[in-house]
Design a protein around this ligand. Structure first.
Ligand code: MCA
Ligand code: AMP
Length: 485
């Protein structure tokens, strides 16, 4: 049994976390998270209203110190998605910042306000931080091709193993100051971006919301050493570099620029390298596997690849017949399968889905790749076309189709992803209105999906059809949609 946060055992006055106006040293973090942990001891499972605030970080660290699994909730989550997650994960309470306004869907749950500066004695009573490695740490919801999102159970062992493998690959230490603006209800922003620096005893500065100015400020004169972002953020930074010398200097001075969650286009790699002299390092992961591979800093530019497996991660490519590809020839395409201590423990309450996701003890990622001669992995696509990656978020076509079909003005709906220079892919809804004379407006459909599911799942484009193209069995032919439109 080892601690997740060694720096909290003998906390110092070194900075741990800054988010907006709130900043906490390790001493203050230990007091705040320790006090919360003492209140949570013995609780079954807690939801965390994961706004981009210091309260979210304290809530999750407090839950981990108490050995209580935390379920981060998207603070913009829609009513249907929220109801599903609450019903599925059955938390006993919701942790939130004192100023957070919670939706009606959470009214039935006891609310525990996170106090960043608690007063009184015995505040370190909750500082246990030593539980069985297999104990669940977090349950993170992720979309599949059909149906509502599934809860991915991540153990303390998986979190620690993945963060330590990244530390080794990136020489990530307590001297690093990480800057990021990622949402805190997914692996990237929460586990890598908040728990990562805190496990190292270093500092994290969260911008609250992504902005080019914020990145320039925190990485520049304010001394940030690392930046984590999704490709959409790097694309926007690359656009701004052309006319922002302060941003050029800030990015040029950073020790490490890391991109993940989706592919960073080679064009954006090149624009950033040309303007700053710095190479963006790509790493590849998944909610179920945490991090699998990374380009090694200093190994030279490798745009288009996601690098080699991290320490402890075994990775193989398997072709359509189920044969393992033996050659690393840069040509043979197979599904990426991984195993190692970084893997999740299963989907919450879904042994069927968990079993289907594995080939023996190898996890099937659904990502298709080739391997270069030096072992670097080059992702070339996904097995499931009904999964869309937009802005770095994974979104299932099926859940949006179901939401659209619940709109009274829609008779048929199909959802696809289209290439988008900013978002990677944009969500396109192909709809057959119930009344061709009075089709619902695109904005109304976007609002409808945002209200039920989440704003990032809303269609960016709506195309109206008289009928969806279908085969003899009645199955929608998504490949034929562009001609139909
Ligand atoms: C617009 N908005 C709406 C509507 N339209 N709200 C409600 N209803 C509507 N109809 C609001 C949005 O809420 C948002 O508000 C604003 O308008 C803009 O929204 P959007 O267009 O979605 O945002 P964006 O500016 O395009 O965001 C780009 C982004 C974002 C910042 C890059 O996509 C992002 O944060 N991506 C990160 C995804 C991520 O972390 N993925 C990790 C999972 P407001 O402006 O107020 O917010 S993958 C993972 O974890 C694995 C392990 C991995 O490998 O990393
Ligand atoms: P999620 O399920 O939201 O955790 O997203 C995981 C998926 O994001 C993976 O299965 C990949 O398809 C994709 N992904 C993550 N990192 C990268 C990367 N660096 N390049 C390309 N795709 C990535």
């Amino acid at each position: 049994m080892s601690a997740l946060f060694p720096a909290l055992a003998a906390p110092s006055d070194r900075p741990a976390l800054r988010c907006g106006a709130d900043s906490l040293t390790y001493e203050k973090l230990a007091r705040a998270a320790g006090a919360l942990a003492a209140r949570l001891a013995g609780a079954g499972r807690v939801a965390v209203w994961a706004a981009p605030t210091a309260h979210t970080a304290v809530a999750v660290v407090g839950a981990l110190l108490a050995g209580v699994p935390a379920v981060p909730l998207n603070p913009r989550t829609g009513e249907r998605e929220l109801a599903h997650i609450l019903g599925d994960s059955a938390p006993g309470a919701v942790l939130a910042g004192p100023g957070d306004e919670l939706p009606a869907g959470l009214a039935g749950l006891p609310r525990i306000d996170v106090d960043l500066a608690p007063r009184g004695r015995g505040l370190d009573a909750g500082l246990v931080d030593a539980f069985a490695p297999e104990a669940p740490a977090l349950i993170v919801y992720t979309s599949g091709t059909t149906g509502p999102p599934k809860g991915v159970v991540l153990s303390r062992r998986a979190v620690a193993a993945s963060l330590d493998a990244l530390a080794e690959a990136w020489s990530w230490t307590a001297d690093d100051v990480l800057v990021h603006a990622l949402p805190l209800f997914h692996v990237h922003g929460l586990i890598l971006g908040i728990l990562g620096p805190l496990r190292r005893g270093g500092e994290v500065r969260h911008l609250g919301a992504f902005s080019v100015e914020g990145v320039a400020r925190e990485l520049g004169a304010w001394g940030g050493t690392m930046l984590f972002g999704v490709p959409t953020m790097y694309h926007r930074l690359a656009d701004a570099l052309a006319h922002d010398p302060a941003l050029v200097a800030a990015m040029a001075g950073a020790r490490l620029l890391v991109s993940g969650s989706a592919a960073l286009p080679v064009h954006d790699h090149e624009r950033i390298a040309a303007a700053t002299g710095r190479t963006v390092v790509e790493r590849y992961g998944m909610t179920e596997t945490l991090m699998n591979t990374s380009v090694r800093p200093g190994a030279g530019p490798r745009p288009g690849t996601v690098g080699v497996p991290l320490a402890g991660v075994e990775l193989r490519l398997v072709d359509e017949d189920g044969s393992v590809l033996a050659e690393q020839d840069g040509e043979g395409v197979g599904e990426v399968q991984v195993r190692g201590p970084n893997l999740f423990s299963g989907y919450l309450g879904r042994p069927d889905a968990t079993a289907a996701a594995f080939d023996g003890d190898w996890f099937r990622t659904g990502d298709m790749a080739v391997r270069e001669a030096d072992g670097a992995v080059r992702l070339v696509g996904r097995k499931a076309t009904d999964l869309i990656k937009s802005g770095g978020y994974k979104i299932g076509a099926g859940e949006i189709e179901n939401a659209l079909l619940d709109h009274p003005g829609i008779r048929e709906a199909a959802v696809t992803g289209e290439p988008d220079p900013d978002l990677g892919e944009r969500i396109v809804a192909w709809v057959v209105p119930a009344d061709a004379e009075r089709p619902p407006a695109a904005a109304e459909l976007a609002d409808h999906v945002a209200r039920l599911l989440a704003p990032h799942k809303r269609p960016r484009v709506v195309r109206y059809l008289d009928a969806l193209p279908r085969n003899d069995m009645g199955k929608v032919l998504k490949k034929a949609l562009p001609e139909a439109g």
